[in-house]
Design a protein around this ligand. Structure first.
Ligand code: FRU
Length: 532
């Protein structure tokens, strides 16, 4: 079938064709980054799931290899679902993944490279002693999946967590092993939260208190925190907590600085799911991969011939305030930056829009620092506004505010019939200011039958410098935005009909009474990456 290129991305990871969902087993091994992913080799809809496999030297340009795991044995004959890679201390990678077995149960299997001296690790073997974990009689066999990267405990055993639920209580079961083959369930799950439903793709890793350096999943010591992330099947959003892990007792206790569950912290307040992180020992960083699903119809996907992209891999580290994570696109992305256009000290009065001309606005990277001289005009914040998304869709980007809405109009058509605004709005609350960040797809396309959500999150940031920064990666059908230096991230998928290729435009705008200054803006045309 013909692949329609209109909304394909230029520098995001996607297969040449067909369906892709979550990233699997990302790892660094002997100079090469590996990315596996949930893939349907037969079409642009979910099904027939295999582990497709690509390799890279820079996380941006990728070469695709043959699938690493395909259904073939009784323990995975109905699908090779999500899982993770662990590089054992003797430099032997192992994959743990969920197989859908001949009885349609979810079981956990392992796979190892057929030939460790093949630098690409092309061939993977699924030994016959699989499955290594089955749900038994205690665990719900249709809700038992997505083993995490394993980590070593102080007493020398390996641990992995597996997503599950019991009734409506979401949980991450903890399994333990001495030899990576025989696994036993620990009585208490690592963590569970009532009324959150199935937890998919749990991820558990340490983050250091200071600096941006990442930590190996198995690092020993007590000078760091841990992150527990889960993908909630019910909401299709991901939530994480920061907390303390006690390796002697294998207990995890979340900090009480934010909610645990529904209203907790998110990696991304938009379209970003089933993520996985890994430690990159070369650059000493933790890298996060997440899937951005399509927001068009199944019919559209079939006629496009493809569905699903991976967000640009992000470095993750702990905010110096200790209360949340920060994220930023890996620096290798900057090598695709080509032509630059800058704007300095551009004042934006109420209602003003200024175009950023001279770049390929459909495939661009924009960094901007906005400033304002006073917050006196900030509107009052209604304390009942706990749901950022609801506030954002109520207020929008076009109706006048006090301080904001101001930001970028991305993927805008010539006469603004189509545009996706990414913007801030600042409110005055009782004791502080509240910053709202939005990425609003409602006006993104003239086409009907698309999902055009208003995504939003609050930005927990100190405004004493009277500045607010925003970076957006714009790539034909995706806009990934990083507010406040990576404090709040929002990914939107959009399908403009007019704002495509050379007909897409980029603007800065301000619809608040308070004037806003674009202190500094750089926008780059982005080259296309070599992807699969
Ligand atoms: C996440 C997920 C996983 C599962 C896989 C199936 O989106 O549902 O829980 O392993 O995708 O493709």
């Amino acid at each position: 079938t013909e692949i329609k290129q209109l909304h394909r991305t230029g520098f995001h990871f996607q297969p040449h064709r067909h369906w892709m969902n979550g990233p699997n087993g990302p790892m660094y091994f002997k100079g090469i980054y590996h990315l596996f992913y949930q893939y349907n080799p037969e079409g642009a809809v979910w099904g027939n799931i295999v582990w497709a496999h690509s390799i890279s030297k820079d996380l941006i340009n990728w070469k695709s290899l043959k699938p690493a795991l395909s259904p073939s044995k009784p323990f995975d004959i109905n699908g090779c679902w999500s899982g993770s890679a662990t590089v054992l201390p003797d430099l032997k990678p192992v994959i743990l993944y969920t197989g859908i077995d001949s009885q349609n149960r979810q079981v956990q299997n392992y796979a190892i490279p057929a030939n460790l001296s093949d630098p690409h690790l092309t061939e993977w073997v699924k030994p016959d002693n699989n499955p290594i974990v089955d749900p038994g009689t205690e665990v719900n066999s249709s809700a038992f999946r997505d083993p995490s990267t394993a980590w070593l405990s102080l007493n020398g055993h390996w641990n992995t967590i597996i997503g599950s639920r019991s009734e409506q209580t979401g949980m991450a079961y903890l399994y333990r092993s001495r030899d990576f083959l025989n696994w036993t369930k620990v009585e208490q799950p690592l963590h569970s939260v009532p009324n959150t439903g199935m937890w998919e793709c749990p991820d558990f890793y340490p983050v250091s208190h200071f600096g941006r350096f990442g930590l190996d999943t198995s690092v020993m010591g007590n000078w760091f925190k841990h992150v527990l992330k889960v993908s909630l099947e019910m909401t299709r959003y991901e939530y994480y907590t920061l907390g303390k892990y006690y390796p002697m007792t294998d207990k995890y206790v979340p900090d009480n600085t934010s909610a645990d569950g529904w209203s907790g912290l998110r990696y991304d307040y938009g379209n970003f799911y089933a993520s996985k992180s890994f430690y990159d020992p070369m650059k000493k960083r933790r890298v996060l991969w997440g899937w951005a699903n399509e927001s068009d119809s199944v019919q559209d996907d079939v006629s496009k011939g493809w569905a699903g992209i991976q967000a640009i891999p992000r470095m993750v580290w702990l905010d110096p305030n200790g209360k949340q994570l920060l994220q930023w696109p890996v620096m290798e992305l900057n090598r695709l930056r080509r032509k630059i256009v800058m704007m300095l000290n551009q004042k934006l009065v109420k209602g003003q829009i200024v175009e950023i001309k001279g770049i390929t606005a459909a495939q661009a990277d924009v960094e901007v620092i906005f400033s304002f001289s006073s917050l006196d005009n900030a509107e009052a914040f209604d304390p009942s506004w706990v749901d950022a998304q609801a506030v954002c869709s109520q207020l929008g980007s076009t109706a006048q505010g006090g301080v904001g809405p101001f930001g970028l109009l991305t993927l805008a058509s010539e006469n603004l019939e189509e545009f996706t605004p990414v913007f801030f709005r600042i409110f005055k609350a009782e004791a502080n200011h509240v910053v709202l960040m939005c990425s609003d797809a409602r006006s993104s396309s003239l086409k009907d039958g698309l999902y055009k959500p208003t995504f939003a999150g609050f930005v927990d940031i100190d405004l004493s410098s009277k500045k607010l920064s925003l970076r957006s990666l714009i790539d034909h059908s995706v806009i990934e935005s990083f507010g406040g230096g990576g404090k709040t991230c929002i990914t939107s998928r959009v399908y403009p009909t007019k704002a495509v290729f050379g007909d897409a435009h980029l603007h800065v705008f301000n619809n608040g009474t308070e004037s806003i200054t674009v202190e500094y803006l750089s926008a780059w045309s982005m080259r296309s990456a070599w992807v699969n």
